[in-house]
Design a binder for this molecule. Structure first.
Ligand SMILES: *Cc1c(COP(=O)(O)O)cnc(C)c1O
Length: 379
């Protein structure tokens, strides 16, 4: 019996060895492995700055803080995302504002952003759904005209290219997550990359209780060598050194794991493209833009999604649904008055979608088995 999850981490002996080395050393947290990992991520995506956090959600929270979200400010994003994208603004008293998806990219519909913006809008938070890099230039242009900050949720898009550049510092701040299902893992963890020094400093402060030990940054005179200042209400959002050792090791393997994801995607396209009623994810039209295939979202247009989901499960294929539209979650309905029908394309997408297994350790045999099982169910 096969047992194939929709996603899975890829840990090798050398990853374990790199973690063990830190555990045998002096620094478990706030040590050199954190700086080294931040520098490695920054250099991989060609960003000036990188701040690592103990989760992608904490990273988004810090970015929303750095952007200056205050009670009542609106954050505009897509309903087809993990709730953390908008939650990170709600922690600061922000309000969620959604724009329906573009049925071609499954990302938020860029042509609908302008009409949705109100005087209270402060941040646009596009999501590179499944690893498809959203066209960021028109969003940045609109944001510049209206004085908004763009925070890209690239949790799915580490290693994707957009117009020949790695997804990274194009937005004001960009988040990557290192949860085990993502491209690389630190167990739990995430980063923000940015080219803006002010955002960078604000996020570093936020990560450590709002405390600085930098004499140059002190607001009052230092009373002695022990002196530090708490200048804002921050959190303890620090990541550990052993997690960052794992992250650095994982990052070195990213080109290999991305290549394997793309191979699996090609097999899926080849094996499923002729199945009627099965809609496969979009391939970017621009030859210098590449999909990172964190997920392989399939829409079942003729068969009932739940039936397909259960049939797959019976055969040992454990898909997942990404996502229940955020605005339909009870908390969002009760707190902000959202209701079914508000974002029809997102809701229709949700009704049909299953993310079929996609992770670099998948064998060809497993990929073929997923293909033949879907063909059996749908033909
Ligand atoms: C995983 C994910 C997050 C949150 O990341 P964590 O590291 O799990 O906190 C945010 N947004 C999206 C789209 C994600 O997939």
């Amino acid at each position: 019996m096969m047992n194939i999850p929709y996603a899975r981490q890829w840990i090798e002996e050398e990853d374990i060895e790199r973690v063990a080395k830190v555990l045998r050393g002096d620094w478990l947290t706030q040590g050199p492995a954190v700086d080294a990992f931040e520098q490695a991520v920054a250099s991989y995506v060609n960003a000036k700055y990188c701040v690592a956090f103990n989760s992608g959600t904490a990273a988004l929270h810090a970015a929303m803080y750095a952007a200056g979200i205050q009670p009542g400010d609106e954050v505009l994003t897509t309903p087809i995302t993990f709730v953390a994208t908008s939650n990170s603004a709600l922690y600061l008293g922000g309000k969620p504002l959604f724009v329906d998806i573009d049925p071609k990219t499954y990302c938020l519909d860029i042509t609908k952003i302008e009409r949705a913006i109100t005087p209270a809008t402060k941040v646009i938070a596009p999501v590179d759904y499944a690893g498809y890099p959203i066209d960021i230039d028109p969003i940045l242009k609109m944001a510049r005209e209206k004085g908004l900050v763009v925070i890209e949720d690239a949790a799915h898009a580490l290693g994707a290219d957009r117009n020949g550049e790695k997804v990274g510092p194009q937005a004001d701040m960009t988040m990557f997550s290192f949860h085990p299902v993502k491209h690389i893992t630190t167990g739990e963890g995430g980063v923000i990359v940015t080219n803006d020094e002010t955002y960078y400093e604000r996020m570093r402060l936020f990560r450590t209780h709002g405390i600085t030990k930098e004499p140059a940054a002190f607001l009052h005179e230092a009373e002695g060598p022990w002196y530090y200042e708490m200048q804002a209400l921050g959190f303890n959002y620090r990541i550990t050194d052993f997690q960052c050792a794992l992250g650095s090791s994982q990052l070195e393997k990213l080109p290999r794991s991305l290549a394997r994801r793309r191979q699996i995607a090609e097999k899926y396209y080849a094996g499923l493209k002729d199945v009627e009623g099965v809609l496969l994810p979009p391939i970017p039209e621009n030859p210098h833009t590449t999909h990172a295939y964190h997920l392989f979202p399939v829409q079942f247009m003729r068969k009932d999604r739940k039936e397909v989901f259960l049939s797959l499960k019976e055969k040992g294929i454990f898909g997942q649904v990404h996502y229940i539209p955020a605005h339909l979650q009870p908390y969002y309905r009760e707190s902000y008055g959202f209701k079914p029908g508000d974002y029809p394309r997102s809701e229709a997408f949700y009704q049909r979608e299953i993310s079929i297994p996609m992770f670099p350790k998948m064998t060809d045999e497993e990929v073929d088995y997923v293909i033949s099982t879907i063909r059996e169910i749908c033909l």
